[in-house]
Design a protein around this ligand. Structure first.
Ligand code: ATP
Length: 433
């Protein structure tokens, strides 16, 4: 690979036409306002690696919200401004977003007030970023549209496949970068550079991750578990002894690796069968913390500072997952109705996690449940029961439930048999009709 200076043609080939036109429009508009604008961060990294990434982040040397507002007006899009941080986001009608931020350091226009440093403002902005591969910018204004600004060797690190921080205090400034580093390393199959690795180990030995606020820890874990190569990430976190910052009992052993392998197989099957996309990180989260009891899960949630609905949902999913594993294990007779009774009302992510923990030999059960059992409903309904003369009451629910059970277990198959069963139940209960 060769290092490039102007990547305008790469920008055009890697981004959809619409997006590269948007970038040109932003460049022209910024220029007409006397501002410099740059495309920055992850999207630049991904363009250089020829990956798709539609997270468009713009840094402006000057008033970013002013540019965003003019741009939104031009495109008849919505804009929302964050006054304190001098940022703004433009949201198009179809939901496509462009983020605008004011470069972190003031741009010295008056030569007498500051040393003449070319691109001082954007350079400083990039210097505050996490890794060299994430600290590049593409100029959108002026004749050199597409000019790559790479002050810290990001391009070389992409070629060499290295994750490198920009300075020795990077992990001290923001220890959550330890987790981000793992995420990017596994995503791209990069190694952590030797000096960066030393700094990372040092940060771990100083327990700097304890200082990271809970919500950030939670989000970084969620992002890691959302990566295709999350298992590699967990193994890397184990190697660097970082797992304990989530929970002192958190361990990755061969048993868990086997569970993750079964989950992968199940999810492969699922995505082949069904259209909807599962939130894979949820299943992975359940398996990862499967050994925790209620008390320990509560502790984890308080470490993550998650409360309210977020906590309720996650805890509900997790406990149902645990309970399902326990219930299936103690079933003497694995009947369709029993399985349906256990899995019904669970998020699919929790069901797949439960089956992964139960093991490969339960895979057929999951397939039956997801493709057949969960769609089984009685053919008769309340109207049929009414026509039979059964007076409406709570008994309807009971009858329909029993019909569903019998149907699931293949004790009955036709509507006539359902009606017979309804009649039998009603008579057994002594209902007069
Ligand atoms: P992804 O592809 O996972 O979205 P990204 O690089 O776009 O990766 P974001 O979290 O959206 O990641 O961050 C956007 C950019 O902001 C990064 O590329 C990086 O330059 C900068 N950044 C984000 N978080 C940090 C951090 N903790 N410290 C320094 N810079 C950061």
């Amino acid at each position: 690979a060769q290092k490039l200076k102007n990547i305008s043609s790469l920008v055009k080939t890697c981004l959809p036409d619409r997006v590269s036109r948007i970038l040109e429009d932003i460049g022209r508009l910024a220029e007409s306002m006397g501002l410099n604008a740059y495309l920055v961060g992850g999207v630049v990294r991904d363009i250089l690696m020829q990956n798709t990434n539609m997270d468009i982040d713009i840094v402006v040397e000057g008033d970013a919200p002013a540019l965003a507002k003019r741009f939104a007006a031009m495109k008849k899009a919505k804009v929302s401004e964050h006054f304190k941080f001098k940022t703004a986001v433009v949201i198009f009608r179809d939901g496509f977003r462009v983020d605008f931020a004011t470069s972190r350091t003031e741009y010295y226009t008056n030569p007498a007030s500051a040393p003449e440093v070319e691109n001082a403002s954007i350079r400083n902005d990039l210097y505050r970023r996490d890794f060299s591969i994430n600290a590049m910018a593409v100029k959108l204004t002026g004749d050199d549209f597409g000019l790559l600004l790479d002050f810290f060797g990001g391009q070389k690190d992409i070629i060499d496949k290295k994750i490198r921080v920009l300075h020795s205090l990077s992990f001290v400034d923001d220890p959550s970068r330890c987790l981000r580093g793992v995420r990017f390393a596994v995503r791209y199959g990069f190694a952590v550079g030797p000096h960066t690795e030393k700094l990372l180990k040092h940060a771990v030995s100083l327990k700097l991750l304890e200082r990271v606020v809970g919500q950030r820890m939670y989000l970084e874990l969620k992002y890691i578990l959302s990566e295709d190569s999350y298992v590699d990430a967990l193994l890397m976190m184990k190697k660097y002894d970082m797992l304990k910052f989530f929970h002192e009992k958190l361990a990755i052993d061969d048993f868990k690796l086997d569970r993750f392998a079964v989950l992968k197989k199940i999810n492969g099957w699922y995505s082949f069968q069904f259209e909807d996309k599962l939130e894979l990180w949820i299943s992975r989260f359940c398996i990862l913390f499967a050994d925790l009891n209620r008390q320990e899960m509560k502790r984890l949630a308080s470490r993550f500072e998650i409360t309210g609905r977020l906590y309720d949902e996650l805890a509900d999913t997790f406990y149902k997952f645990k309970h399902a594993v326990w219930q299936v294990r103690r079933l003497k007779d694995v009947k369709a109705s029993a399985i349906t009774g256990i899995f019904e009302g669970m998020k699919t992510e929790a069901v797949t996690a439960a089956v992964a923990v139960l093991g490969q030999e339960y895979e057929w059960l999951l397939k039956e449940y997801l493709t057949v059992y969960r769609f089984v409903t009685p053919s008769v309904d309340g109207n049929d029961l009414k026509s039979m003369g059964i007076p409406p009451s709570g008994i309807y629910g009971e009858i329909l439930k029993e019909i569903k059970r019998a149907k699931l277990d293949h004790e009955i198959s036709s509507k006539e048999e359902e009606l017979d069963l309804a009649e039998r139940i009603a008579r057994e209960r002594g209902i007069k009709f």
